[in-house]
Design a protein around this ligand. Sequence first.
Ligand code: ZN
Length: 167
Amino acid sequence: MTNKNFEAHEIRDEISINYKYSLGSQSKFFIDLMNDKKLQGTKCKKCGKIWMPPRMGCSDCFEDTEWIELPHRGEIMVSTIVWYTTSDFIQKIPYGIAFIKLDKADTGMLQGVFSENLVPSKLRKGQLVRAVFKTKENREGKMTDFFFVPEEEYETWINQPEYEGGE
Ligand SMILES: [Zn+2]
């Protein structure tokens, strides 16, 4: 209920926060992604399971893992189409996000899947996808440095000036 004896006077203002955060033990993934377009998971020294995203310890047997470079190709395990998103991606909607299992990996990573003509069949389970990277001057060591596209669209994407292929 509105209180007529009280009227709030509101002034639009802005808070700017400059900060940094550490990516901790996963820093190597992001540094080598930025510099060399590597997609690295980790392999358990005991059971051999390959984790992607990388984990420093194996969640199955609790042993240490070691870095292993993975192929830039994989397949969609499960996906959805995004219609509501943050400012970073507003120009891209609609686009897909999917859990993607890279070849050799035993687990899936969540990442965007872009398509020239996004229809649900482009995101179906088992769809082969390939990583496309931003050009070196635009890579920042973040997950947004790369995305996946359906295998059959790969050449089209890497021929755009802002993107390049990885391998
Ligand atoms: Zn293990």
